[in-house]
Design a protein around this ligand. Structure first.
Ligand SMILES: *Cc1c(COP(=O)(O)O)cnc(C)c1O
Length: 386
C-alpha cells in the first residue's frame, strides 16, 4: 500500500469548542450571580436564543436529550404501543421502555434510512397511541405522510431530532412538524452544551407539565404535585451553549467544505453511496455517512472498517446493533428479523465518516484516497476466488 497511515488517530468527530476567553467571561458572570442551576440567567438566555434559532414556538431545556424525550413522552400521557424505528441510537427506544410503552418496530426506507412511512399503517392496532420517528443522520422523515396517518388514526407524532439541529424542510423549521421534537446537545452533536437537550413542542399547555416533570414535580417550595425527575440544565452547561451557538455557523461552513471534498473524491468508487447528501439550511452537517455495497466495492463495511483502523482512521458503525435486537425485545413480533429486511441489511452497510471542521479538507481527501485504494476490483476478486 502506497498511502501511509495518519500519524494521530482520526475519530468520527470532535466537539465544537467555543473561544476559551469568551467562556471564561461567562463563568465570571455565573460566579458573580451566585447561582449555579434552577433556571438561572444563563438558562433563561439560552432558552430564548435557541427558541429563536430553531424557530420553535415553545422550547424547554433539559440536562440531556434522553431525559427531554423521556419526559416529553410522559407529558403526552401516552399508553400502549408506539410505532418506531429499529435503526436509531438506543436512547430512542429506551425512552419508550421507561414510560412502560411497547415499541412496535417498523422497517426503514433503504434510501434515507428513516422509518418507512408506507409501512406504518399496517402496524397500527387498537393499542397504538403514537409514532416516534427519528430524522436519521439529518435526512428528514416523510413528515406530511406521517402526519396524515396520525390524523387519520388519532395518534401523536414525536420526533427524535438529535440529528437535525437548525434544519428546515422547504423553508420551515423541522420542529414545526409533529407534536414535539427532541434535540440533543451532547458533546458529539453539531451544537453542544457538553451534555444537554431540549424539547420543542406545539401545545402551550404542555409548558407547565414539562416544567414540573423536570424538577421533581415541585409546584412551589411546599407543593409536590406529580412524580417527576431531575432533568434541569445547569448554568455552566447553558453558558457553554450560549458560546457554542456563536461559533456554530462557522463550523457548519467548514463542514460544508469537507462534505464537498468527500463528495468529489469518493465519486466513482464502485459500491460507495453517500447517504447524507442534503446541504444548506436543509442540512445539520452533523454527520457524513456512506453505504458500502460489498458486491461492488469488493469488501464489506466491517472489512473496510478494519482496514481503515490500520490507517489510524476510526469511523463509527452508527447505528449498530439494531434496537430490535436488544434481548428484552426478543418476544416482540415486530422485532423479528423477517419483518425488518432493509434494517437488517443496512445495519451492516453503513459507516459514519470522520466529520468535524478541524479535520480539514486535506485529511478528508486522503481518507477518500485510502477508501479508493482499498476497493477490490471484481477481476481481482474473481481470481482470488478461483
Ligand atoms: C445522541 C442521540 C440521543 C441521545 O441524546 P443525549 O443528549 O446523549 O441523551 C438520542 N437519539 C439519537 C438519535 C441520538 O443520536
Amino acid at each position: 500500500m502506497m498511502l501511509a497511515p495518519f500519524k494521530t488517530p482520526i475519530y468520527v468527530t470532535r466537539p465544537v469548542f467555543p473561544d476559551l476567553a469568551d467562556y471564561t467571561d461567562q463563568l465570571r458572570n455565573i460566579w458573580e450571580s451566585k447561582q449555579l442551576t434552577n433556571n438561572g440567567s444563563q438558562h433563561k438566555k439560552l432558552e430564548t436564543e435557541l427558541a429563536a434559532y430553531l424557530g420553535a414556538s415553545h422550547l424547554k431545556l433539559f440536562n440531556n436529550g434522553t431525559l427531554a424525550l423521556l419526559l416529553g413522552l410522559k407529558a403526552l400521557g401516552l399508553k400502549g404501543e408506539v410505532i418506531t424505528t429499529p435503526f436509531t441510537f438506543p436512547a430512542t427506544v429506551q425512552c419508550l421502555d421507561w414510560n412502560q410503552l411497547t415499541p412496535v418496530f417498523c422497517d426503514i426506507d433503504p434510501i434515507t434510512l428513516n422509518i418507512d412511512a408506507d409501512k406504518i399503517e399496517s402496524l397500527i392496532t387498537e393499542q397504538t397511541t403514537a409514532i416516534l420517528a427519528v430524522h436519521v443522520f439529518g435526512n428528514p422523515c416523510e413528515v406530511e405522510k406521517i402526519q396524515r396517518i396520525a390524523d387519520k388514526h388519532n395518534l401523536r407524532v414525536i420526533y427524535d431530532g438529535a440529528h437535525v439541529f437548525g434544519t428546515e424542510i422547504n423553508g420551515k423549521p423541522i420542529n414545526s412538524f409533529g407534536d414535539m421534537t427532541m434535540y440533543s446537545f451532547h458533546a458529539t452533536k453539531l451544537f453542544n452544551t457538553v451534555e444537554g437537550g431540549a424539547l420543542a413542542f406545539k401545545d402551550a399547555q404542555m409548558e407547565q407539565q414539562l416544567e414540573l416533570l423536570k424538577n421533581f414535580g415541585l409546584l412551589n417550595a411546599e407543593q409536590v404535585v406529580l412524580s417527576g425527575l431531575n432533568a434541569k440544565m445547569n448554568e455552566l452547561q447553558a453558558a457553554m451553549g450560549i458560546e457554542v451557538l456563536k461559533v456554530v455557523e462557522v463550523e457548519r461552513r467548514k463542514r460544508h467544505e469537507l462534505k464537498k471534498t468527500y463528495e468529489t473524491h469518493l465519486a466513482g468508487i464502485p459500491g460507495i453511496r453517500i447517504i447524507t447528501n442534503l446541504e444548506g439550511p436543509a442540512s445539520s452537517y452533523q454527520y457524513f455517512v456512506i453505504e458500502i455495497d460489498d458486491s461492488l466495492y469488493g469488501r464489506t463495511r466491517d472489512e473496510l472498517f478494519n482496514e481503515l483502523a490500520k490507517f489510524n482512521i476510526f469511523p463509527r458503525k452508527y447505528f449498530y446493533p439494531l434496537c430490535s435486537d436488544f434481548s428484552w425485545y426478543s418476544h416482540l413480533e415486530s422485532a423479528r428479523p423477517e419483518n425488518l429486511p432493509f434494517s437488517r441489511k443496512l445495519v451492516h452497510q453503513v459507516l459514519s465518516m470522520p466529520f468535524y471542521g478541524e479535520l480539514g479538507t486535506d485529511a478528508a481527501e486522503k481518507i477518500c484516497e485510502i477508501i479508493r485504494e482499498l476497493h477490490v476490483e471484481q477481476k481481482e476478486l474473481l481470481n482470488f476466488r478461483k
